[in-house]
Design a protein around this ligand. Structure first.
Ligand code: CU
Length: 127
């Protein structure tokens, strides 16, 4: 039983990883675990509630919730980022940041560096 589950899990992981935009530069890492929806919603609220400058970016190359989680984690590592939320469903990243420490161009670059993704700034307001 356990063995069957392990094989199933490995097969599922492989099929997801093959389609994952983060796979190219995330070799050897955990790949694309699906993000928990509740966790994602908490992050979106954290951006809305955060102080600082806010920007919405359109992100291309996200192929699953794991991509969104990976991009979100990469954004949170950028110095000056206070909160970040990346949605696979809408292909967007919402970020609250300290404008004295970083800027939208640096955030776009951080997304591109996280894998096979690209991003551009949008005029969407975040409240
Ligand atoms: Cu993915």
């Amino acid at each position: 039983m356990i063995r069957t589950l392990t094989v199933f899990a490995a097969t599922s992981f492989l099929s997801v990883a093959l389609a994952c935009g983060g796979e190219k530069t995330a070799e050897g890492k955990s790949g694309c675990p699906m993000a928990a929806a509740e966790q994602a919603q908490a992050s979106q609220k954290s951006v809305q509630d955060a102080d600082g400058t806010k920007v919405a970016l359109a992100v291309t190359g996200l192929t699953c919730g794991g991509c969104a989680s990976g991009v979100q984690a990469a954004l949170l590592k950028v110095e000056g980022v206070k909160a970040a939320f990346v949605s696979f469903e809408s292909g967007t990243a919402e970020i609250a940041f300290d404008s004295g420490k970083t800027n939208p161009d640096a955030l776009v670059n951080a997304i591109a560096a996280a894998g096979n993704y690209s991003a551009k700034k949008t005029e969407t307001a975040i409240n």
